[in-house]
Design a protein around this ligand. Structure first.
Ligand code: ZN
Ligand code: ZN
Length: 245
């Protein structure tokens, strides 16, 4: 099916439309063998709240962006190579229904479809594309993935010490290892998680201890050293902010 569509004119036209909707800020998407499998609006659970995003599933990448004008103009393009994607269903909870996790080594997040049918279509197609890619390359599925961030709204107090209340001054931070919402004092350390960043990233006290003890046991004396830094809650150093996303 995919091979037959790969070079069809209809497929090329569809991909050209996606490219033009993203405009000059987007990446070129037409490459030999790439097929647009499907598209649609999904609700992406962002740090602050759920937001509508336009998603495009190709046979090798998942592309999404912010909707400027429905079906006409998108920006803030993100491209995720499907080979590194793992998906997991999310149980329905309150208004958040028909969801699943899209997990990658660099970034993981939850998305929600409008209906259960749409959810299963998306999950089936993504799963099929990932499976086909891995089969073709002979690689095994990605074992490690970035933590899914707990949304800010789900934590009024630090999820580690359970004492510090969040206020405009006492700000929320996210541990890059467990995804918990934690206070400054509980996340003063940074640790190198190479799949997420070339620089050490914020981790909570709990994860820092786990990471360093595992590391000691492994006698890995190489590059993975944590470094302590001092956070200033009043400053505007909120490196967790994905509001641009
Ligand atoms: Zn705390
Ligand atoms: Zn943690």
């Amino acid at each position: 099916m995919v091979d037959r569509l790969a070079n069809s004119e209809a497929n090329s036209k569809r991909i050209a439309v996606v490219e033009s909707c993203f405009g000059a800020a987007g990446q070129p998407l037409a490459i030999p063998g790439r097929v647009l499998i499907g598209e649609g609006v999904l609700t992406k659970l962002c740090r602050k709240k759920p937001k509508a995003r336009q998603f495009f599933l190709f046979n090798d990448i998942l592309v999404y962006g912010n909707i400027v004008i429905q079906k006409k103009k998108y920006n803030k393009q993100h491209i995720i190579p499907l080979e590194s994607v793992t998906i997991d269903t999310v149980p329905d909870e309150g208004d958040l229904r028909n969801g699943w996790l899209i997990k990658t080594p660099t970034k993981s997040f939850a998305v929600y479809a409008a209906t259960a049918t749409e959810k299963s279509e998306w999950m089936n197609h993504i799963g099929k594309c990932v499976g086909d890619l891995l089969q073709k390359s002979g690689k095994s599925p990605t074992g490690e993935h970035a933590a899914v961030w707990v949304p800010d709204s789900e934590a009024s107090v630090c999820m580690r010490c359970k004492k510090v209340k969040f206020t405009p001054v006492s700000r929320r931070h996210h541990c890059r290892k467990c995804g918990f919402v934690v206070c400054g004092p509980c996340s003063e350390k940074k640790y190198l998680l190479p799949s997420q960043s070339s620089k050490p990233v914020r981790v909570c006290e709990h994860c820092y201890e786990q990471l360093t003890s595992v590391n000691l046991q492994a006698r890995s004396d190489s590059i993975t050293r944590g470094s302590k830094f001092h956070s200033n809650n009043l400053s505007d150093d909120d490196d967790d902010d994905d509001s641009s996303d």
